[in-house]
Design a binder for this molecule. Structure first.
Ligand code: MLT
Length: 404
């Protein structure tokens, strides 16, 4: 008899953003004339930059001729893109990462969900609380956790590191030593950033304990402060303890194009096995490479024109972030994030629960955000707004929120 993966049954409800989409769709259906402003999921709204569009057109034309046609891409990524990444994202920041330590993929969400596969199921996982739900859910699916505990809204067997207002929404080194540590900075959902010194403490801790840090740097393009690292490899010793996940979604608007990459340094060895080789094996077996066209578009991100245009695009979203941050402050909310990240994290008014505030905002301001509790128990009482809307919609949302 066929059996199912019972670990899936441990997951309560559906994926956070699917739940929100369903709720919003139902509200819109019941209220067809209402103009909803969507500042929930962190999905970009601005068109692809001209340099990227040019690269796409050019590579599409190449596909029309036998001499320049491309079939399966190399499973680890085209050399032209891996070299551009190594040079611009790492060498330029003084990090020692070579092109053959970079694995190109169809996005950081898949990589952040898949990376756990190369680790044994007995590994103990530590996550921030609140946290991007993919890290936890994929470890649940893999059987690396116990059951969901309704009382504390946690999975048994997972080390949760509370990120609270009192600690600047930054995790503290856990008392119980984890094997795998997921960190995301600048942080989704709270928008908090970590300084290089603080991140160095995590790298030292991981090296001392033999842990591996899975570092999600999807939002690094939004860093504005000097002492905030763009990559974990800016820290000494990170090559022996850290894997880094990167995305083209947020820095270049590729949410609908799909491109990302993962860095696994060759010095990262556990039980005598290079994790680089395991990830290469996994990637080669389960992935047939990101499309040529998309990788050419990714290369254009690093061209002089691409860089200039994307700088403007990031600045556009950061203007939204400031609009939300300042608008909420003026309206008397307690707010954080939005300085090195496109997310604004606010405390719900009058001790409302996160989901009550979601409903309140949807019904009274027709604005969609993301309930903090959807990211974990310690997100309760908080709410996330994204800066990825259009400037006009962002202004309109704030006008409505202020008028409440
Ligand atoms: C979010 O809203 O948290 C992100 O858009 C989710 C993602 O990048 O997958």
């Amino acid at each position: 008899m066929v059996t199912v993966n019972k670990n899936y049954l441990k997951l309560p409800g559906s994926y956070l953003f699917s739940t929100i989409a369903k709720k919003v769709a139902a509200y819109q259906e019941a209220n067809p004339d209402v103009q909803i402003v969507r500042l929930g999921i962190g999905d970009v709204t601005q068109p692809l930059a001209p340099a990227i569009i040019d690269a796409l057109h050019k590579s599409v034309d190449e596909m029309a001729h036998a001499e320049t046609f491309h079939g399966y891409a190399p499973d680890l990524g085209y050399e032209f893109l891996r070299s551009a990444i190594a040079k611009n994202d790492y060498e330029a920041r003084g990090c020692q990462i070579s092109a053959d330590e970079i694995f190109v993929s169809d996005g950081a969400k898949s990589d952040s969900g898949n990376i756990q596969e190369i680790f044994g199921t007995e590994n103990k996982v530590a996550v921030c609380d609140p946290v991007y739900p993919v890290y936890v859910d994929t470890n649940v699916m893999a059987g690396r956790t116990g059951d969901y505990n309704k009382k504390n809204e946690n999975f048994d067997g997972v080390i949760y590191m509370p990120c609270l207002e009192s600690n600047g929404f930054l995790p503290e080194l856990p008392v119980e030593t984890p094997d795998l540590i997921y960190l995301c900075f600048p942080n989704n959902p709270s928008g908090a950033a970590i300084t290089k010194d603080k991140l160095q403490e995590w790298v030292d801790y991981a090296n001392e304990n033999g842990s591996v840090i899975i570092y999600d740097a999807a939002y690094e393009a939004y860093i504005t402060e000097e002492n905030v690292p763009h990559s974990i490899y800016e820290c000494e010793g990170a090559r022996t303890c850290a894997i880094e996940l990167r995305s083209f979604s947020k820095n270049a608007g590729f949410t609908g194009v799909r491109l990302g990459f993962t860095v696994v340094p060759k010095d990262l060895v556990r039980e005598g096995v290079a994790l680089h080789d395991l990830w290469a094996r996994r990637h080669g077996t389960k992935f047939n490479g990101a499309p040529y066209i998309v990788q050419r578009a990714g290369e254009a991100v690093y061209s002089p024109e691409g860089k200039a245009q994307l700088k403007e695009q990031v600045a556009y979203y950061m203007r939204n972030a400031h609009t939300i941050y300042n608008g909420l402050k003026e309206a008397g909310y307690s707010v954080s994030g939005g300085v090195n990240a496109p997310y604004i994290w606010l405390k719900t008014p009058n001790n409302m629960s996160s989901w009550d505030f979601f409903d309140y905002l949807l019904e009274n301001a027709h604005v969609v955000g993301t309930p903090g509790s959807g990211f974990g128990a310690h997100g309760e009482g908080f709410f996330r707004l994204t800066a990825f809307g259009s400037y006009e919609n962002t202004q309109e949302a704030l006008r409505r929120i202020k008028a409440l």
